[in-house]
Every structure is written in C-alpha cells, then in structure tokens.
Design a protein around this ligand. Structure first.
Ligand code: PLP
Length: 874
C-alpha cells in the first residue's frame, strides 16, 4: 500500500488522523484495510494514529427516524440490533461481550422518560449511538487482529462552542461547531492515552451542559478535521469510496480529471458548489491550522487521491465544474423604489421573513434577481407563493423553476474570461438567466433551465480543456481521467514512429518538411476491417491519401477504391495496374457531365445524387445501372465542415424527392442497384450506422432493384491523448445486428481516414523559437500549406520533438508555421522539452489522412515530398 506520504510526515512523529465513512466501516475486508493503513501510517511516520469513524451505512438514517419519533421506533431499534449482531458474527466476534452494553443503552433510550417528549438532548443521544456502536465493534475487531488500538469517547475531547445568538435551538444541539484551538494541557492529556493507535467517533461532541451534541451533516469529516487541528496533526486523511475530488462529477462526465493537489480555498469552493466527497465545513479547521488533508479511496488505497494543502502550486484556471439542480430564481422587475436608501434591505427582509437564505444576487437598473439553493432552503410551493405575494408589493415578480446552476471553480477566473468566450459559444442555444462571478475570483456561476443543462457538462468540460481554460497539462494539479482510473479506456498501441525514430531522423536529413507513411500500419488497419463479418465489400476513399504505395497495399488487401473525381479514377488505373473497374466506385459531387460519361465508359460504378442530372443529361444515363446517394436528413462528424448530411449539406438526394427520382429513373430505364449514404467524418456515435442502415433499407424497398447498401466511411481515429481507439468490436456487433435485420442487402463500407491517418507523419524542422508577450512560439518549416487540418477544422494533432524525444516535456509552446495567415497554427499550449531549439526535427503525428492530399503551394511554398516505410528497419 503506497499512497506515498510526503517526506515531512516521516519526520514529524506526531499524529495522523484517518477518517472512514459509513461504507468504509460496513464490511469486514474494509476493517482489515483500516487496520493495515493505521499500522502502516504509524510505522511510516514513527508517530501515532487516530481513526475517526462514521456509523455503519444507513444507520444514521434509522436513528434520525427514531429521534423524530417514528411510530415503529421499537422495530427499528430491533432491526439495528440485528444488523450489528449480524455484522459481529461476520467479524467472528462475540456480540454480547462486544456490544451487549451499547445495545442495551440503545434500547434504554426508548424507555427513557424523555422519549415521549423527545427533547433535543435526548435526540442527540439517540443520534450518537451509531458511531458509538461502530467504533466499539471496530476497536474490538482491530484488537482481535493483533493491533494495539485504544477506544476513546469523542465527547471527552471535542467541546461544542457556546450557542450563538442567531442559532436555532435545534442547531445549538444537533448541528454544533466545536473548539479547534487546543492548549498544551489538552494535547498532553490526549497524548497520555496508553495505546499508539486510537479509534473514536465522528459526528459527536460534548455539549456545554455536559450532555451529548452532534455536528450535523458532514459531521464525521468535520470531527476528523477538528481532531487534526487540535492535535496539530501532520495530515488528515479522509477515506471514502471514490478516488478523490474530480474536475466534474464523474457519473456525468466520465472524462473528469482527478484533482491531485489543491489549495484550501479552491477545495472549499469546489466542495461548496457540488463535490460530495468532502464536507465543506471540514476544510476551515485544517486550513486555519495548516494541516494538510487527503481524500483517498478505501477500496483502492494505492491510488494517489487528492491532497489539499497550503503549499499546493497556485495555477490559474478552471479546476472543476459542477451542476446544482432544483435552483429557484426569483426576479423582481420594475421596482418602484429603485435607488432609494435601503430598498435592497427591504427586498431581502422578505426573504428572511420566509426563512429563505439567498445564494446569488444579480441586479440591473430596475431588476433584482436572486437564486435560492434547494440544499440550503425548504423550497415548498407554499413558501414560494407566500414570498411571491409579498414581493409583489414591491415590483413584478417572476419565479423561474426548475433551474440548474452551473459553476466553474478555479483561481483567477477573471483573467480567463477571454478564453471562456470560446467555451460559452458551445451553449449559446441555452438561455442563460443569470451570471454571477464571485468577488473572491474563485467562481463563475450561470443559471439556466434545468432541462437545458442535460448533457451540457461533458460538452462544457471538453470545451474548457480545448480552450486552455482548464489547464489539464498542469500535472501537479490534474491527474488521470475517471475512465482511465477505472480501466475503462481501451489501451492505445505504441505509435510506429517511436520505433522508427532513427529512420525518420535519417529521412529528415534529406530535407523537411516531408511526409512519411508506414505501410505495415495501413495493412494492419485493413486487416482489422476485413475481420468485420457483417461487411461484404470494402472500399478505400482515396481522397484521404492517394499515394500509389498505399493504393497498391490496400488493393492487395482486397479493398476496392472509391474516387470522387475523374482524375482520381485515372490515377487509380495508372498506379494500380490491372485493377478491375468493378472494384472502383465513383461518388462525385456537382461534377461536370464529361466526368460521368468517361467514368461510365471506363466501367466503374457511378453514384448519382440528384434528380436534375437524370433530367438534364438523359442520354448520359439512359439504361445504366447506377448507385444513388441519399441525404438522410441528418449528419454527424468531428467538425461542422465534415458533416455531409442534412439541409445545410450539398450532398445527396433529399429524402423528400426519392419518389420523383424513382419516376425519372424508370422513364430512362435506369436501374438503381446500390444506395449510398456518407454522413460525415470522425463519427464517434455507434448508433449512427445502425440508424443509417435502417433508413437506407427502408428506401431500398421503394426501388425493388437495390442489392447493396453503402454506409460510407467516417470511422474516427484517436487524435488527442484523451481519445480512445474506435471500438471496432462494438461496431462489428452493431453491424451484425442490422445485417441480421436486413439480410436481403449486401453491406459496403468506404473508410478513408481510419485506414491511413495513423500511418502518416509530417516531419518538419524547428526554424525559430520566439517569446512574445508571455507566449513562446516554436516555428516549423511546415505550415498550413503542408497540413491544413488544424487551420481548417481546428483539428488536434500530437506534436513531438523527435530530436529530444527522451527529454521531459517541461516547456509550453504554441507551434506555428511560416505561412502569412493567423490560422497557420498547429497547436496551442503544447508541452515540449523546454530546450526545444531551431534545427530540431519535429513530428506531427496522425497526418496520413487529409494531409498531403489537401496540401497546397500557398505562399509558393513547395509541396512536401513523401516517403514510404515498408517493413522493419534493415
Ligand atoms: C471522404 C469520403 C469517404 C471517407 O471518409 P472518411 O471520413 O475519411 O472515412 C467515404 N465516402 C465518401 C463518399 C467520401 O466522400
């Protein structure tokens, strides 16, 4: 069990506080973990360990029902007793010897004369029983395991603060705060306890009157923090059932990053605005006394968790986003007394009158809008109606419900506003009711309709990373993704160019920029697609990369070739000797008549995509067998410019005009034998192809002559480090399913990118490294003329310094080219070795598709030459 301890712990020899929540104390193997961790901590630090525990999971809820005077309290007590006796049996402990007295005390509380009137001191005693039981059975188990553990009653050590004037009676007993400044005498008395390791209860404390008090929600975390502060502990560890704090709720955003290290202020803000792993109350005692905190996973103690401390690096940027639902907005318009002294006080007096605590406030010339957080308020319909009625005397009242508050937390939010503009453009469709930026410069919250917030967080999280507003490259702050921690990321094989580095460096000697293609990778991708049993024929869309060696390699693998111009067809016949025209597809868009005529003359399969060409050029098509491309009315893809479906796209016959096309074709004796749809490129969504097959099969029945359904290309590849390889197995399964539904049709695919993107790299040489206004740029001798994807599609390509591949990527650069355009930018804020210098050979990865084939001579720069690597280095 590593969970490495910082060096200063080892030296201190003082106390470490470990807190375990309900789920961490409800299973026998978890208690084994607790024992192991405590022992390991004591040995590693040479110090002493205090374990603070919650009640077994679910027990506090039962006790709350009993304290509230539930009718069936006796039955609930009996069930609690059975639960604890059962658990002791699992722990192989004698229930009567260990818990007999405590269970009797629990039963006794029901017979207590106070039980009928349920005064608060009695309720506190009831609520305290859960932790007293769990800590007692835990102490017995740990001792039975041979560990030197002492048990202590937390009430002997935690003293509730005197009641505050504005506190309710309830809060004075059931939601108390405690002293956390200790004197030498307290520490000495505490240290005087005989055992090296101690276990005690979270949640409970001594009331001023000598009775029991409880800490309220998040009480156990807060108890641990109090003890940590009182003891001047070297660390407070909060053990939970998640691996730490994340940049978003991982259930909603699986790509959320672990937050490895935070300062107290940011942690406080994150816990206050959403993260449930740690109660916000628990941070202040540790912050005030400078005690580091750690959040760790009991089930996986080897994970590093989240560390919160004073010396965390201060990195500006968004650290986390959260969403709170059920927020109510109350807006008061046309306030008559606007700008009169005390008008705001009058408005807020009404909120106070209805017992409502206001979260955010926005004001304009004639409007005051406030948000009410459901976790802080009882927002019943009655309360809101009564409030609205009172406010109605001041102005026009509007209650907007239900809303969601989306909060961005991070240091220096103000300085990020320019980057956030890119981010905000991703949800311009949502109506933003209110924006609030905290004066501590730590958070920015916007309030939208709850329905609009669905699905927004993953998008927002990705946009924050893309824009650089969430600086995930700061590895001291940001750890791995949730999916990665949970092993849900498909591994990516080592890229070929790492093994071929010597050969690439040699090729770079012969001149840069240049493209290099790795044929073994092309063949490997081809073989992966050949394994798809549901697919009958495969074509390669040559526009992705028409290099002769690639066309021949794929033709050898049995692929047909898909062309979009007559020049591409001629190229195919020229460089793939003897290729059967039946293996060539022609899928043009708005091509001139001659191209159709010559393609037909060459005997290739021609795809048409509108009625007009049959009508205008009847003689070209009369009596021919053709394929038809249909626009299914929706598209997809990695960028709007590669979305080739829907009203905005020029491709395909509108589904509204299929019947018209059928008429026209019949008149000309044209036979439609295949239907085609290609709706976009870089499609990640599995349902896309299924839906496409279903729809195409529906149209095919209207023709009666269709034998083939061509579902196009569009398979994605993992460009960015957080992208995963396309899930071919899942794809194969979904195609097999549709194939089974439509057995009458042969299935055809025509990918481009998938086959060649990863097989190609662009080699370039660094020309200059220049600092300007805090941004360091490294220039390459390749520009957007050589690889236009970043400029045209905002595409992300990995960029490495091939020369210094073993040096740590400890510098940050914008990578640019030599073209006179602002968009001549390969990557922003890229991590590269700090020493990157002019003359270094740089590599732009995954440039095999739409790289050289889209290159131009803009600025009269030469087209990069192309090399092919086939087979291992000699
Ligand atoms: C470009 C294109 C393809 C290949 O698209 P990829 O995204 O590279 O797989 C397939 N079919 C047609 C008609 C195309 O135009």
């Amino acid at each position: 069990m590593s969970a490495a301890l910082p060096a200063q712990d080892a030296a201190s020899g003082g106390w470490i506080v470990l807190k375990f929540g309900g789920t961490s104390v409800s299973r026998r193997h978890r208690w084994d973990t607790i024992g192991k961790l405590a022992k390991q901590r004591a040995e590693a630090t040479g110090g002493r360990v205090l374990v603070v525990v919650s009640a077994l999971s679910g027990v506090t809820n039962e006790l709350t029902a009993i304290a509230d005077g539930s009718e069936d309290s006796a039955a609930r007590v009996a069930a609690l007793e059975a639960r604890h006796r059962g658990f002791l049996a699992e722990l192989e402990l004698d229930a009567d010897a260990v818990l007999g007295a405590r269970l009797a005390a629990l039963r006794g509380l029901l017979d207590d004369p106070r039980a009928s009137s349920r005064p608060l001191d009695w309720q506190a005693e009831v609520l305290a029983q859960g932790e007293l039981l769990s800590s007692t059975l835990g102490a017995a188990y740990l001792r039975a395991s041979g560990l030197d553990f002492g048990w202590m009653d937390a009430r002997e050590w935690l003293q509730a603060l005197p009641p505050q004037a504005n506190q309710s009676e309830w809060a004075r007993r059931l939601s108390v705060n405690c002293h956390w400044e200790s004197d030498a005498a307290w520490r000495e008395r505490f240290a005087g306890q005989p055992t090296r390791m101690l276990i005690t209860q979270g949640f409970i404390a001594r009331h001023e009157d000598g009775g029991t008090a409880v800490l309220g929600r998040g009480g156990s975390d807060t108890s641990a923090a109090y003890f940590g502060a009182l003891l001047g502990a070297s660390r407070v560890e909060i053990w939970t059932d998640v691996p730490g704090m994340f940049s978003a709720n991982p259930r909603e955003v699986p790509d959320a990053r672990l937050l490895s290290r935070l300062g107290y202020a940011e942690a406080q803000e994150i816990t206050t605005t959403g993260a449930k792993v740690l109660h916000p109350r628990s941070i202040k005692p540790c912050r005030d006394s400078g005690v580091p905190m750690a959040i760790l996973d009991t089930e996986r103690p080897e994970l590093p968790g989240t560390v919160i401390d004073r010396s965390a690096a201060t990195v500006a940027g968004v650290k986390a986003i959260s969403r709170r639902n059920g927020v109510v907005l109350v807006s008061v318009e046309d306030i008559g007394m606007w700008q009169q002294v005390g008008y705001l006080a009058d408005v807020f007096a009404l909120f106070r009158k209805h017992g409502l605590s206001v979260d955010m406030i926005g004001t304009s010339q004639t409007n005051v809008t406030v948000s009410l957080d459901p976790s802080e308020n009882l927002l019943s319909q009655n309360v809101l109606s009564a409030l609205a009625e009172d406010l109605g005397k001041i102005g026009r009242v509007k209650v907007i419900v239900p809303c969601a508050a989306i909060t961005l937390v991070g240091r220096g939010i103000r300085s990020l506003l320019h980057r956030l503009s890119e981010v905000f453009s991703s949800f311009v469709h949502e109506r933003v009711h209110m924006i609030s930026q905290s004066s501590n410069d730590l958070n920015l919250t916007f309030v939208i309709d709850e329905a609009d917030a669905d699905g927004l967080l993953p998008q927002l999280h990705a946009a924050l990373i893309d824009s650089g507003a969430m600086p995930v490259q700061e590895t001291e702050v940001f750890g791995p993704r949730w999916r990665e921690i949970n092993g849900a990321v498909r591994p990516r094989p080592q890229p070929w160019w790492q093994l071929e580095r010597p050969r690439l460096l040699q090729l770079a000697q012969t001149g840069t920029p240049r493209y290099v293609y790795h044929l073994p990778t092309v063949r490997e991708r081809a073989r992966q697609l050949k394994e798809l049993a549901a697919v009958d024929r495969r074509y390669y869309a040559i526009k992705a990369n028409p290099h002769p060696a690639i066309l021949n390699a794929l033709a050898e693998e049995g692929f047909g070739l898909e062309c979009v111009s007559l020049a591409e067809i001629r190229h195919v016949f020229a460089v793939v000797p003897g290729i059967d025209p039946a293996r060539v597809l022609f899928t043009p868009s708005f091509a001139p008549r001659e191209e159709y005529e010559q393609a037909l003359a060459l005997g290739v399969t021609v795809t048409v995509d509108n009625v007009e060409l049959l009508r205008n050029w009847p003689e070209t098509f009369r009596g021919r067998s053709l394929w038809l491309r249909i626009d299914l009315g929706h598209g997809d893809g990695h960028h709007e410019k590669v979305n080739t479906g829907g009203k905005e796209a020029k491709f395909g016959l509108s589904a509204q005009r299929v019947d018209e096309f059928v008429q026209e074709a019949r008149g000309l004796g044209v036979v439609i034998t295949g239907l085609h749809a290609h709706l976009g490129s870089g499609v990640e969504n599995m349902g896309h192809w299924r839906q496409m097959c279903d729809e195409l099969a529906g149209f095919a029945r209207r023709f009666g002559t269709v034998a083939t359904l061509d579902i196009g290309g569009g398979l994605p590849i993992p460009y960015a480090p957080e992208d995963e390889p396309f899930d071919l197995e899942a794809w194969a399964a979904s195609l097999a399913e549709v194939r089974a539904v439509h057995p009458a049709f042969g299935l055809v695919i025509e990918p481009g990118r998938f086959l060649v993107a990863e097989a190609g790299v662009l080699l370039a040489r660094a020309t200059q490294v220049v600092e300007k206004d805090g941004v360091v740029r490294v220039g390459l001798d390749a520009g957007m003329n050589a690889l236009v994807r970043p400029a045209m599609y905002d595409a992300w390509h990995d960029i490495v310094n091939l020369q210094r591949i073993d040096a740590p990527a400890d510098g940050q650069f914008d990578v640019v080219g030599p073209i006179c355009e602002s968009s001549d930018l390969f990557g922003k804020r890229r991590r590269l070795p700090r020493d990157t210098a002019a003359g270094d050979v740089m590599l732009v990865a995954d440039a095999g598709a739409y790289g050289h084939s889209m290159a131009s001579r803009y600025n009269l720069r030469e087209l990069p030459p192309e090399d092919v690597i086939d087979g291992a280095m000699a």
